[in-house]
Each structure stands twice: as structure tokens, then as C-alpha cells.
Design a binder for this molecule. Structure first.
Ligand SMILES: *[C@@H]1O[C@H](CO)[C@@H](O)[C@H](O)[C@H]1NC(C)=O
Ligand SMILES: *[C@@H]1O[C@H](CO)[C@@H](O)[C@H](O)[C@H]1NC(C)=O
Ligand SMILES: *[C@@H]1O[C@H](CO)[C@@H](O)[C@H](O)[C@H]1NC(C)=O
Ligand SMILES: *[C@@H]1O[C@H](CO)[C@@H](O)[C@H](O)[C@H]1NC(C)=O
Ligand SMILES: *[C@@H]1O[C@H](CO)[C@@H](O)[C@H](O)[C@H]1NC(C)=O
Ligand SMILES: *[C@@H]1O[C@H](CO)[C@@H](O)[C@H](O)[C@H]1NC(C)=O
Ligand SMILES: *[C@@H]1O[C@H](CO)[C@@H](O)[C@H](O)[C@H]1NC(C)=O
Ligand SMILES: *[C@@H]1O[C@H](CO)[C@@H](O)[C@H](O)[C@H]1NC(C)=O
Ligand SMILES: *[C@@H]1O[C@H](CO)[C@@H](O)[C@H](O)[C@H]1NC(C)=O
Ligand SMILES: *[C@@H]1O[C@H](CO)[C@@H](O)[C@H](O)[C@H]1NC(C)=O
Length: 603
């Protein structure tokens, strides 16, 4: 982090009032800057501007029932001076005013308005310490904005049925003479009824994998707290952990991990190797440690899984004008990552406390991490038996290559790893073996030209997560297989020119791609889904005294989702320019052959 473009997200109050003195030589690279806010006007109409992230409707229209959902308003709050304050809380109980008490799905809806100037603020929503949503606020305009996040939270069903719990939102905001935006927020849950015909009853699908967990334990920090409930990982040796005891009748366990990266690691994928920074005397000004990061999850100190995260760009990232009104992929609803830890149940079922811990390879300050432990319980026995048979952690392979002369250079980082575990559990359902496999591949090319003021980064992450379960009971031997293949693509081009007088101009292109293919199979049923989600943005801006004083952004996104080979589809092709939607094609009719396989290709 250098002195001109200081960290704007979650910095201490004093850092929000930086010195305006220009360093004698503006250090490259241009994009290793933190989020910005803008002082330019949005178009006068419509009021307010509606910002959105492109995603499929929740719940999908194909499962929507004819009966209207029952809505439960949980809290309203004006987030003004909330930084380093306790989270805003309210008491939660399932709604008592609904004509039904069982639900086909539950949707969390977060809405907010804001007017003025403000940074992108990370926030989280927790129910009894279990994280339901990790999100980033939209940056307001002087004329005012509105945005809405809808998230299907049906997988937290067992938790949602419990009374007298604390719902908490932490959104650390700071309001002063310059940064005037107050976030006016409502949080509402919508409960959809189970219909006798038509509506899908998730609870009745009756196999090990599609039912939701019976118990969800928070692996987060406890209230009271003047912060978010996430753990903060500040450097590569920082290990954050929580001790947890689980019921002895659990027969399946999945750890759902939430991560977000900020300040010196907000743009970790653009960070340069330390030898380059040292050679250019920039170690104190620029975040380093190269461009590879890996979130490690351990149980009692033993690695059980890893997260190689999607490169979410927050609403003030690179060029804030690119994300208005179409926000970056994942920015309003950050992905969470599931790690199947059923093979390790043998260790956890002794009724004693065990440590679940998080660390981040190469990390700089700061990563926000927590997790939810989803547990499936056997109500016919008191104790399930189990044993870990194999935990085969292939050590990380990381290749790096750098070639630089002065401020110009080419840097490559490639990494791969696989983690395989196998174990058995014996419950009233039978003797069950589970194999969990995670495979990761990573490539990052980073090129600096024009004395470091022109940077291009091209990165891909490939993930293959497979879980195979076999149940031995009598002669039957059913199996369950889930396979998830993800590809995360990123291309960033930035060209920065010093305009003198405390200002610079920046031209940037950004491409983000998120592909996911999922297959769930038993010997009788196969279901699948495919997502191709690609976004390309371009922007120009002039930044003066840390504020965007003029500029222009445009974005094009193609979102293509197909579930069960045409069972449910959602397609959107939308483009914006200078705050205005240029075209917007939406359909839930399945298209033939529209799916593109490359995370970078568009038309
Ligand atoms: C962008 O929109 C604003 C507000 O409508 C307008 O004043 C400005 O001229 C537009 N810029 C360009 C380059 O179209
Ligand atoms: C929040 O709810 C109140 C009361 O229903 C409503 O007046 C206000 O417009 C809502 N604000 C947002 C941002 O949804
Ligand atoms: C919830 O709290 C209220 C008020 O303290 C109490 O009357 C009620 O019995 C509690 N409900 C449950 C399920 O604990
Ligand atoms: C890493 O962060 C932890 C937690 O803040 C701190 O205790 C430790 O001193 C730091 N280590 C280094 C090498 O900076
Ligand atoms: C870095 O600093 C050292 C000592 O101050 C100086 O000798 C060297 O020339 C500087 N290198 C660059 C690239 O500025
Ligand atoms: C990024 O790298 C991928 C894989 O090598 C390549 O297909 C793609 O064209 C590159 N993208 C850009 C914009 O250079
Ligand atoms: C994903 O990994 C599983 C388990 O190793 C393997 O069987 C499968 O072929 C892999 N899929 C792809 C597309 O590589
Ligand atoms: C530099 O900025 C100051 C204050 O914003 C302004 O008054 C002055 O005209 C600017 N000078 C140039 C050459 O742009
Ligand atoms: C950036 O986008 C512009 C406009 O689409 C295009 O002309 C230019 O070639 C792009 N530059 C790079 C390096 O991708
Ligand atoms: C998206 O819409 C534009 C403008 O109508 C069109 O040129 C393009 O082919 C469409 N892309 C896809 C993938 O349908």
C-alpha cells in the first residue's frame, strides 16, 4: 500500500485522512491500489439508480409456488458511524404470522439505499454466529442509489426453525465531511410454502445428500464484539482457530468456508514478488508476496482442505465506474466454499473439543474468514462410530519465474495441489465410506511495462471437488457422487498516467469469468447444472486527491445457466455504458448451444 492510494476499505480512521502530498516518484504498478470512491455525478434519471449483480432468480420460477411467500421483516438500520462498533443485532424466531410452518425455500433479502459519497464496505449477516451472507455495499452517487441482494438460505433450514436466536449484521462504515454516505438497510426473510403439487419439497427427497444438515455450528468469533464475527488473518504465519465439540451421532459433516480479502491483499492476484519490490526500493509502499494465495483449513493442526478463492472485485475496485449499475461477479453475494470432512468424523465423534483453524499462504493484512459446520445427525443411535482411513495431502507445488529490469518485468506463478481423504462411519443407516478429493490448479501471468505504469494480469484457477460415498447395508450398496468443476478466469489491464497536480488518469479493462459444472449422481438419479458467467468491463477515470473526478465505465455480461439439461435455464446478456443499460436480454427458456466453455470468450 503506498501513500497516495492508501487503503480505503476497512482502514483505521486516521488513514481516511491521508496527506495529500504527492510522492516524488509515483510507484507502480497502477492497479495495486485499493478501492476508490467517486465524486462525479450520475445521470439525473432514473432516481435512484438501481445497482445489481447479475444472477439467476431465487427461488427459480420453475419451483415457485402459486401461494405468495410469507415475509418476515427482521431489522432496519442506518449504518453511519458503525466502524469498530458492535454488530447491529435483532432477535430472530421463525415467523408466527405465516399460515404455514414448513417451507420449500427461504430467501434472505437485503435492501439498501445510500446517497452521497462513500466507499465499498464489506459486511456480513450471521444467525447465531452462523454466517448467512458475505457481501459488499454498492458505492452511492450524489443523486442516490438503491440495491437489493437476494440469497437462497434454505440450506440453513434447521437453524432457521429455531427460536430466540441473535441475528447480527456488521457493516463498518465511517461518515465525515467528505464521505457522507449513510447506508439505510432493511433485512427481510421470505418463506415459500410447500405445495401439495408442483412445489418441490427439499426435505422429502430422502437421500443422504439432498437433505439439509440437522445442525449447523458456527466456526466464527463470539459476540459481544466491536467488529465482524469473522476471524482476521493478518499474515502468512497467522493461524486463527476455534474449538468445537460435535454431537456423537453425526454421520456426515461439511465445512462451509467464507473468505474475503482486503487492504494489502484486496488485489492479491496483482501483487508482485518481493525481490522486485526490494530491487526497486518499494517494499514499504507496495503489497508483495507475489500473486498466489491459498486458504488452508485444518482440524487439530492437520490439513483437511483448502480454498483457492474466486477473485471477487469490490464495487470500488480498479475503476468504480465500471461497476455501475452492473456490479462485479460475486460482489453482492460472495461465494462460500464447501469442504467435505465426513472422512474425519472418526476423530470428531469422541465428544471432546477439537480445533478448526484457518491460515492463508503468503497472506498480507487482511483476510476475513469464518465457517459453518453442517452436521447430519442419526436420531436412531446415540453414538456413530467412525475412522479416518487415509489423509493424503499432496504438498503444494508452486513454481514462480520472474524476469525484470528496473520497473519493467514479467512474472509467472503456477501452482497445484490435491487433497484426498477417506474414512468410514457406521450409523443406523449402515456402514458408509466417504472419499473426498480436492484438486487445484493455478496460473498467473503478470506483466509490467512503461516503467510499471502499465500492468496486465491474466489468471486462471481450476478446481475439481469430488465426493464419493458408498453405503453398505445388506445386499444393497447405493452410492452417491458429487463432482464440481469450477474455472475462475481473470484478466486485468491498467494503464496509469501521472497528470501532475495530485492527479492521475487510469485506463482499465477487466474480464472476470466463473464457470461451474456440477453433477450429482446416485445409481438411479443424475442431476447436473452448468453455469457460464462472464463479465467484461472497460473504464477511464481521472483520480484527483484520491477521488474519481471524471470518467466513464462500461460493462458487458453474459450469464448462462442450465440445470438438468433444460430442466431450468436462465440466460441474461446485459450491457451498460455511463450508468445506462444499453441492452438487456433475459430469458428462462433454454437455448441450444449457447454455453461457451472458455471463461474468457464472449460471443
Ligand atoms: C455520461 O452521462 C452523463 C450524465 O448523463 C453525461 O453528462 C455525460 O455527458 C455522459 N458522458 C458520456 C461520455 O457520454
Ligand atoms: C425499508 O423499510 C421501510 C419500511 O417498510 C421502507 O420505508 C424503506 O423504503 C425500506 N428501505 C429499503 C432500502 O428497502
Ligand atoms: C423465547 O423467548 C421468549 C421470551 O423470553 C419466551 O417466552 C419463549 O418461551 C422463548 N422460546 C423458546 C423456544 O425458547
Ligand atoms: C502475524 O499476525 C499475528 C496476529 O496479528 C501476530 O501476532 C504476529 O506477530 C504476526 N507475525 C508477523 C511475522 O508479522
Ligand atoms: C535503493 O536504495 C538504495 C539505498 O538508499 C540506493 O543505493 C539504490 O540506488 C536505490 N535503488 C533504486 C532502484 O532506487
Ligand atoms: C489469458 O490466458 C488464457 C489462457 O492462456 C488465454 O486463453 C486468454 O486469451 C488470455 N486472455 C487475455 C485477455 O490475454
Ligand atoms: C475430477 O476428479 C475426479 C476424482 O479424482 C476424477 O474422477 C474426474 O475425472 C475429474 N474430473 C475432471 C473433469 O478432471
Ligand atoms: C491544480 O489543482 C488546483 C486545486 O484543485 C487547481 O486550483 C489548479 O488549477 C490545478 N492546476 C492545474 C495545472 O491543473
Ligand atoms: C481494452 O478495451 C478496449 C475497448 O474494448 C480495446 O480496444 C483494447 O484493445 C483493450 N485492451 C486490452 C489490452 O485488452
Ligand atoms: C448479446 O447481445 C448483443 C447485442 O444484442 C449481441 O450482439 C450478442 O451476440 C449477444 N450475445 C450472446 C451470447 O447472446
Amino acid at each position: 500500500m503506498h501513500s497516495l492510494l492508501f487503503s480505503l476499505l476497512f482502514t483505521s480512521l486516521s488513514l481516511l485522512h491521508p496527506s495529500t502530498a504527492l510522492p516524488p516518484h509515483r510507484p507502480p504498478p497502477s492497479i495495486a491500489t485499493n478501492s476508490l470512491s467517486s465524486s462525479i455525478h450520475a445521470p439525473p434519471v432514473p432516481h435512484p439508480t438501481v445497482f445489481f449483480e447479475v444472477t439467476k432468480p431465487t427461488p427459480p420460477p420453475s419451483t415457485t409456488t402459486t401461494t405468495a411467500p410469507c415475509s418476515h421483516h427482521l431489522l432496519s438500520h442506518d449504518f453511519a458511524h458503525t466502524y469498530s462498533q458492535p454488530p447491529v443485532t435483532a432477535l430472530y424466531s421463525p415467523p408466527s404470522h405465516c399460515p404455514f410452518t414448513r417451507y420449500s425455500s427461504v430467501v434472505l433479502e437485503f435492501t439498501s439505499t445510500c446517497k452521497g459519497r462513500q466507499f465499498d464496505r464489506i459486511f456480513g449477516v450471521w444467525l447465531n454466529g452462523v454466517e448467512l451472507l458475505r457481501s459488499c455495499s454498492a458505492e452511492p452517487t450524489r443523486e442516490g442509489i438503491f440495491w437489493k441482494v437476494r440469497k437462497d438460505i434454505t440450506k440453513y433450514y434447521s437453524l432457521l426453525l429455531q427460536s430466540n436466536q441473535t441475528i447480527a449484521i456488521y457493516l463498518g462504515n465511517v461518515v465525515d465531511k467528505t464521505y457522507t454516505g449513510v447506508y439505510h438497510v432493511n433485512l427481510t426473510f421470505h418463506y415459500y410454502p410447500i405445495e401439495n403439487h408442483g412445489g418441490k419439497n427439499h426435505r422429502k427427497l430422502g437421500n443422504l445428500y439432498e437433505n439439509f444438515a440437522d445442525l449447523i455450528l458456527p466456526i466464527s468469533r463470539n459476540l459481544p464484539l466491536n467488529d465482524g464475527l469473522w476471524f482476521e488473518v493478518e499474515n502468512s504465519s497467522d493461524v486463527e482457530s476455534k474449538s468445537v465439540s460435535i454431537p456423537r451421532n453425526a454421520y456426515r459433516a461439511v465445512l462451509e468456508v467464507y473468505v474475503s480479502f482486503h487492504e494489502n491483499d484486496e488485489f492479491w492476484y496483482t501483487n508482485l514478488p518481493n525481490d522486485y519490490l526490494v530491487a526497486n526500493n518499494m517494499s514499504n509502499q507496495q503489497p508483495g508476496n507475489g500473486a498466489f494465495r491459498e486458504v488452508l483449513v485444518s482440524l487439530d493442526g492437520e490439513l483437511v482442505g483448502s480454498v483457492w478463492p474466486f477473485t471477487v472485485i469490490f464495487t470500488g475496485g480498479i475503476n468504480p465506474l465500471v461497476w455501475r449499475p452492473i456490479s462485479a461477479i460475486g460482489s453482492f453475494n460472495l461465494p462460500s466454499y464447501d469442504i467435505e470432512i465426513t472422512p474425519f468424523l472418526g476423530k470428531l465423534l469422541d465428544g471432546k473439543p477439537h480445533d478448526i483453524s484457518f491460515s492463508v499462504t503468503n497472506s498480507l493484512n487482511v483476510w476475513y474468514i469464518d465457517a459453518n459446520l453442517h452436521l447430519w445427525l442419526d436420531n436412531k443411535v446415540e453414538v456413530v462410530k467412525g475412522q479416518l482411513l487415509e489423509n493424503n495431502v499432496e504438498s503444494l507445488t508452486l513454481w514462480t519465474k520472474s524476469h525484470f529490469k528496473g520497473l519493467n518485468g514479467k512474472f509467472y506463478a503456477g501452482a497445484s495441489r490435491s487433497i484426498m481423504s477417506k474414512g468410514w462411519v457406521e450409523s443406523s443407516k449402515g456402514y458408509m465410506t466417504t472419499i473426498s478429493i480436492q484438486k487445484f490448479d493455478f496460473e498467473n501471468y503478470n506483466v509490467l511495462r512503461n516503467d510499471g505504469s502499465l500492468q496486465t494480469v491474466n489468471q486462471t484457477i481450476d478446481l475439481n471437488t469430488t465426493v464419493l460415498t458408498k453405503l453398505y447395508k445388506g445386499f444393497a450398496c447405493p452410492f452417491y457422487k458429487t463432482e464440481s468443476l469450477k474455472k475462475f478466469g481473470l484478466f486485468v489491464y491498467t494503464n496509469q498516467v501521472d497528470e501532475g497536480n495530485n492527479s492521475y488518469s487510469l485506463l482499465s479493462n477487466v474480464t472476470l469469468g466463473l464457470n461451474e459444472d456440477k453433477i450429482f449422481a446416485t445409481e438411479s438419479v443424475v442431476s447436473s447444472s452448468m453455469l457460464r458467467n462472464r463479465q467484461r468491463g472497460e473504464g477511464t477515470m481521472v483520480v484527483k486527491n484520491n477521488l474519481v473526478s471524471s470518467g466513464l465505465g462500461s460493462t458487458h455480461q453474459v450469464y448462462d445457466y442450465n440445470e438438468n439439461k433444460g430442466g431450468f435455464c436462465y440466460f441474461r446478456n446485459v450491457s451498460s455504458h455511463n450508468y445506462t443499460i444499453v441492452f438487456d436480454q433475459v430469458t428462462d427458456k433454454c437455448k441450444v448451444n449457447t454455453l461457451l466453455s472458455n471463461v474468457f470468450s464472449f460471443d
